[in-house]
Unconditional design. Structure first.
Ligand code: NDP
Ligand code: 13P
Length: 340
């Protein structure tokens, strides 16, 4: 089915462009929707998206367009690669066109007022659509440059997972399937916050021990939170959990890491976000996560520490002191005691 119909990709940013290109390289006809007519025309003419993926040649099978309704009418499979802040605003007005479609969110964010993940918003907007998510250690530029990469498609709908695997699998991109949509999607949203902390630590010249401690304790913290919400902790040991956490906390190519690095250099949050000029979803997730953790009574010292620095005027030294002097805890929370 997917090889007969074009596939839609919504969002003209770095990840939408990388996914559109991958699909086209696999022989698919891709309708790549973006809001900016000048950008669409420039891509049509020059086969490049210079603002978001400079230097990457865009395949001739990618057709940029600005008519959202036309893209949705023509396609069954739709990848949604918009910022979380834009999802409702873009898709609510065309909800009538989404019935029966396969909608796959690549968005790694959480809606502030509802604490909904993006695929839950898709369900809300399009109750008759079939919904999945794509998440994993997938820095857009590396995907576009054909670095060997793996990702996860997660959905309760096996057929959707198989269609996404068939469409995206290629020489350099491997897609694993999961039935745990909630866990996979939550991992992608949570790790952004820890990438900000890791960027900050890097700017301060902290060592490799510190980096390892941060990533490992971040995994403990995000898993503890996810389990409280009913997620399966094992999902966090996969690509969309620890995999994405490692890449985003280790790479200066991550925008969240870059925001953290700028904070560590002494810039304000506003200055850091302005300097970036792209989406860093973790910035909005800090507040949402801190208040949800308090509501659920989940111990999240790293999130609380970052919140204290960014929004409560605490210094990094004060927060590091409090973290290192906190009462001793156990290493791993979720060790099964039977079955071995
Ligand atoms: N980049 C990456 O490595 C990865 C990103 N993701 C996730 O994908 C999502 C999208 O990120 P990414 O592509 O990187 O973002 P970018 O910052 O690269 O681009 C954002 C894109 O969204 C568009 N946009 C912003 N607001 C609207 C709106 N209201 N209506 C329509 N289009 C809008 C922008 O258009 P304009 O230029 O006109 O403002 C731009 O094309 C995020 O949730 C991110 O976490 C997931 C995996 C990897
Ligand atoms: O999610 C990503 C890699 O998997 C991209 O991370 P950033 O949004 O921080 O660039």
């Amino acid at each position: 089915m997917t090889d007969q119909h074009p596939i839609a990709v919504l969002g003209g940013g770095s990840f939408g462009t990388a996914i559109a290109n991958l699909l086209a390289e696999n022989g698919q006809h891709v309708l790549h929707w973006m809001r900016d007519p000048q950008q669409a025309e420039a891509i049509r003419q020059n086969r490049e998206n210079p603002r978001y993926l400079k230097g990457i040649k865009i395949h001739s099978g990618v057709e940029p367009l600005t008519d959202l309704a036309a893209a949705l009418k023509a396609c069954d499979l739709v990848f949604v690669a918009l910022p979380s802040s834009a999802l409702r605003q873009v898709l609510q007005p065309v909800s009538g066109l989404l019935s029966g479609k396969l909608l796959v969110s690549t968005i790694k964010g959480i809606e502030a007022k509802s604490f909904l993940l993006m695929s839950q918003i898709l369900e809300d907007i399009a109750p008759d659509a079939r919904i999945g998510v794509l998440s994993g250690p997938n820095l857009a530029r590396e995907v576009a440059e054909h670095a060997l990469t793996a990702s996860v498609v997660a959905s309760e709908d096996d057929d959707l997972c198989q269609q996404v695997q068939a469409a995206l699998h290629g020489r350099t991109f491997r897609v694993y399937a999961s039935a745990d949509r909630f866990g996979v999607e939550l991992g992608g949203a949570l790790k952004n916050v820890y990438a900000i902390i890791a960027g900050m630590a890097a700017a301060m010249g902290m060592g490799e021990n510190t980096k390892s401690m941060l990533i490992t304790r971040a995994l403990a913290e995000m898993t503890r939170f996810a389990v409280k919400l009913g997620a399966n902790p094992m999902t966090f040991l996969g690509l969309a959990g620890v995999g994405d956490l490692i890449v985003t906390c280790s790479s200066a190519k991550s925008r969240n890491y870059q925001v953290g690095f700028a904070l560590g250099e002494g810039l304000s949050l506003k200055e850091a976000v302005e300097r970036l000029g792209e989406v860093a979803e973790g910035v909005n997730t800090i507040k949402v996560l801190k208040s949800k953790a308090e509501e659920l009574d989940v111990y999240m010292p790293l999130v609380a520490g970052l919140h204290a620095i960014v929004f409560e005027g605490r210094t990094l030294d004060q927060v590091i002191g409090a973290l290192m002097n906190a009462e001793p805890k156990t290493d791993v929370d979720f060790i099964p005691t039977t079955g071995f």
